[in-house]
Design a protein around this ligand. Sequence first.
Ligand code: ADP
Ligand code: MG
Length: 257
Amino acid sequence: MPQNDVPVIEIRNLHKAYGALEVLKGVDMVARKGEVISLIGSSGSGKSTLLRCANLLEDSQAGEILFEGEAVHWKGEGMTRRPGDHDQLIRIRTNLSMVFQQFNLWAHMSILENVMEAPVTVLRRDKAEVETLGRDLLAKVGIGDKCDVYPAQLSGGQQQRAAIARALAMEPKALLFDEPTSALDPELEQEVVKVIKALAQEGRTMIIVTHDMRLAADVSDHVVFLHKGKIEEEGPPESLFGNPQTDRLRQFLSHSQ
Ligand code: ADP
Ligand code: MG
């Protein structure tokens, strides 16, 4: 259950443009410890951009991002201003593990090597320890027997579960999912949904961009509906899905069944 301490991630009045294209027009979002937030909205509404800004994969033009109450100094590649900014960037990014629609596993590494790579090279953790952790995590997501195979030998659902194990191996403060089930056939989708639900039940802090309204309704504490770079409506899933207040959300929901 959410706790009332300092948010893991807080975004205030974020503005992001690509050239003349304004993608985020003053977005606020808070993820507290143990909270699951779903981000919904039409294609092009800015969901991925918001997630990538939160993870500092994208710079932004205005607004603030705070990680555990600490203001992020980084404003974009090549614009590091002070000693220590790069350390902060790495620290925050490693604490917010991302899971992508296309899994993004390294094709030339075994599944276990994929999971071990970042804890060993970025966090410089002990290899044997990370191997034990990696095997445990792969077992946890139901593919403990796939440690030594390569990504191409797995189904999409198995690859995505491996990608989730890889994200968990960083022992992050929050997990960020960008359409984790969109590339999967319906029957494979469910095996990934099951893992995400189990993580929610463990009290993980998560922000999930999803087109799957059932998943959003089932796992979220809070749902955010983004429309053209602005939050059009937000609230607990019961009210957002059960009693939408805006025409835009009603229209969006009627098209996403
Ligand atoms: P969503 O994830 O909600 O579908 P995105 O955040 O991917 O939306 O994209 C929002 C808008 O920003 C879209 O119009 C998209 O074309 C544009 N956009 C996204 N990434 C880039 C980029 N790297 N360069 C230019 N425009 C981009
Ligand atoms: Mg997207």
